[in-house]
Design a protein around this ligand. Structure first.
Ligand SMILES: C[S@@+](CC[C@H](N)C(=O)[O-])C[C@H]1O[C@@H](n2cnc3c(N)ncnc32)[C@H](O)[C@@H]1O
Length: 281
């Protein structure tokens, strides 16, 4: 199909035809997402405890990228971003720490190709930047068009025993320190004027709430990212078989005076162009 000629009123960072904006009922613009069940099929499966529902990728890739553009996911996990990027005609570079997971993905999805490059590495290490830059270079690109960050929610799920894994950070300040390094890398590798998506939740520790989501937002802001939106999303669909545990949590909540988490955040940021950042000072 011949690409449509873009109108001056269209956003420069997506393919939505704003002269038909009323027809885009499937593109969400509200800040509360209740997703009744995870999208299945199209290569997606709930095979990894802690992966995000594909709808997060569908919505944000549609809003913040154009066809063939490059999405960089620095916590690729089971590859939801890579699968959805290919389905939507985008390209994806994904970094994941666990070699066995990257191998599994290569077996499942096939070798790297024109739509996907997987890197096994530590996103908090500066050397990983060189690997991502080499991957971008293979596509004649210097930077990515969208940054996706879905870190472990501190120690809520232990993803591996590796010391570089953010789920093994040891304390919230140490987790935020590692996260800060990943954000610095993401900032460097993202085009100016483009968007970043952070999927994160809060946690409880020692009987009190740790506002991990807002702490991570602060780290993003300190790196220079500007918060555009905070979406609150229900978490059903992320978890494998929590039936009995759910009841236990309800008991603990009644006893401990707190509420059981049923939400997480999808936070949207942009990386202001240099002239925009100067405007803000
Ligand atoms: C919440 S999961 C991401 C899930 C992913 N969005 C999906 O849909 O499958 C976080 C992932 O980050 C990985 N990880 C943790 N620390 C990392 C690091 N320093 N560098 C790269 N990946 C890391 C973990 O192994 C885990 O697979």
């Amino acid at each position: 199909m011949k690409p449509r000629k873009r109108a001056a009123t269209d956003a420069p960072y997506n393919d939505l035809d704003l002269s038909r904006w009323k027809e885009y009922g499937d593109v969400w613009t509200d800040s509360l997402w209740h997703i009744p069940s995870r999208a299945r099929g199209n290569g997606h499966a709930l095979e990894y405890h802690g992966n995000f529902v594909p709808q997060i990728a569908t919505q944000t890739f549609t809003r913040y990228t154009r066809r063939d553009e490059v999405i960089l996911d620095l916590f690729l996990g089971s590859g939801t971003s890579a699968v959805e990027a290919a389905r939507l005609g985008r390209r994806c570079i994904g970094v994941e720490l666990r070699p066995e997971l990257v191998e599994h993905l290569r077996t499942k999805l096939g070798p790297d190709d024109a739509r996907r490059q997987l890197i096994c590495g530590d996103s908090s290490a500066t050397g990983t930047g060189d690997a991502v830059r080499a991957a971008l270079g293979r596509w004649d690109r210097a930077k990515a068009d969208l940054l996706v960050l879905h870190p472990p929610y501190a120690d809520i799920i232990r993803f591996s025993d590796r010391p570089e894994c953010l789920s093994n950070a040891g304390s919230t300040p140490m987790f935020l320190d590692l996260f800060r390094r990943v954000v610095a890398l993401g900032w460097e590798l993202l085009e100016d004027g483009r968007f970043a998506v952070l999927v994160i939740a809060d946690k409880y520790e020692g009987g009190a709430l740790v506002p991990l989501g807002f702490e991570c937002m602060r780290v993003m802001n300190e790196a220079g990212f500007r918060t555009k939106s905070i979406v609150v999303k229900n978490i059903e669909g992320n978890e494998v078989g929590k039936g009995r545990a759910n009841n236990l949590w309800r008991y603990r909540a009644l006893r401990g005076g707190f509420y059981v988490f049923k939400h997480e955040y999808v936070m949207i940021f942009d990386k202001p162009r240099r002239s925009q950042s100067n405007d803000r000072r």
